[in-house]
Design a protein around this ligand. Structure first.
Ligand SMILES: C[S@@+](CC[C@H](N)C(=O)[O-])C[C@H]1O[C@@H](n2cnc3c(N)ncnc32)[C@H](O)[C@@H]1O
Length: 338
């Protein structure tokens, strides 16, 4: 039985399932998108993340870790959560060496990471240092709601024959409380992804951190700025670097994701930044200028191989800083302790 058939069987036995259950199974079941033997987050995979675009992402964040280490002293630890293939932590540790570990739930990613650092499937109980997570929260299971006649209704997953479809369900109290607090004034018909698990993850990370900071990178925005995307909502799938089919069509075969509502994560000590500005403050824009100059010099000197190498790096830095692309991602920085 494939994953879709198993989901349909579960629905036929227990009735329609909340969307977060569907997302959990579709992504993290052993037959799910991240649960199998295939490493998803690499250049040849299904989506291109900042660390997969360039080692400059990890190298730039090494400056952040270095500054935090200088501020806090020892003992100090770097923990990367949802570390994927290791494309962030590898160049980071090559630029600045500190005790480090990774947290991953995907078996394929764990295998890749184990060559670099110790790996666990859960956050350590106690961390003093920096916790990093790139594109974790958009992949945590979420509930789905729609505004109908001035009230909230949930959209659960039901089955008709061999097909899955959204079915109407009353809103659960915890979902309604989240919507009332964080969705904002959504028009009738509007769809909202209810990110309770993202909030829980942030609370867990804060509990684990005795002193230091948490850096969370993801696409998304404040509730207010997300309002214009609410007509159809932001739930979507990715496959082979492109938008994929409807989220219910091929469970396990596509990434399922949505924009992160950062307003729901603004705890005391938190600040929200744009990725381009955050990386520029850590020196990436200066590095880009150096690369541009060095490329021109290599061209003048007729050093063709060197020029091509520099041009590639320059293009990667531009991609990380692109104001309508990765530069438009958000960075949530949460500082804990003095
Ligand atoms: C979009 S990928 C990002 C991978 C990597 N950070 C990158 O930027 O290339 C999301 C990753 O989050 C991992 N993940 C999901 N839930 C997790 C959790 N609770 N703890 C640790 N990793 C998790 C998935 O297995 C997957 O590898």
């Amino acid at each position: 039985m494939n994953l879709k058939e198993r989901i349909i069987e579960e629905i036929s036995l227990s009735g329609p399932m909340p969307f977060e259950r569907f997302m959990e199974v579709s992504l993290y079941d052993p037959d799910g998108f991240f649960g199998g033997a295939k490493l998803r987050s690499e250049k040849a995979g299904d989506f291109l993340t900042s660390p997969e675009v360039s080692s400059l992402f990890g190298e730039t964040l090494a400056r952040y870790v270095e500054q935090a280490h200088q501020r806090l002293g020892d003992p100090f630890q770097l923990v990367e959560v949802a570390a994927g293939s290791g494309s962030l932590i590898r160049p980071l540790l090559e630029s600045y060496e500190v005790p480090a570990s990774a947290v991953e739930v995907s078996p394929a990613a764990r295998e890749s990471l184990a060559k670099l650092v110790p790996v666990t499937s859960e956050l350590p109980e106690s961390v003093r240092g920096v916790i990093l997570a790139n594109e974790l929260l958009d992949n945590l299971p979420m509930a789905l709601a729609q505004r109908m006649d001035g009230t909230w209704r949930e959209r659960w997953v039901g089955a008709e024959g061999n097909e899955l479809s959204f079915v109407d369900a009353p809103v659960r109290p915890e979902v309604e409380a989240w919507l009332d607090e964080y969705a904002g004034p959504v028009d009738d018909g509007g769809w909202v992804e209810v990110q309770l698990a993202a909030g829980e993850w942030v609370r867990e990370a804060i509990d684990a951190l005795t002193e230091g900071s948490i850096l969370i990178f993801d696409y998304g925005d404040t509730a207010e700025n997300l309002l214009s995307r609410r007509r159809d909502g932001t739930l979507r799938t990715y496959r082979s670097h492109h938008l994929g089919p409807h989220p219910l069509d091929e469970p396990g075969e596509t990434d399922i994701t949505a924009d992160v509502n950062f307003s729901a994560l603004m705890v005391p000590g938190a600040t929200l930044h744009r990725q381009d500005e955050f990386l520029s403050r850590l020196g990436l824009r200066d590095r880009l200028s150096e690369l541009r100059h060095a490329e021109l010099e290599a061209a003048r000197d007729g050093a063709e191989m060197e020029r091509l190498k520099l041009r590639t790096l320059k293009t990667e830095a531009e991609t990380l800083l692109h104001p309508r692309g990765l530069g438009d991602f958000r960075v949530l920085e949460i500082v804990v302790g003095p």
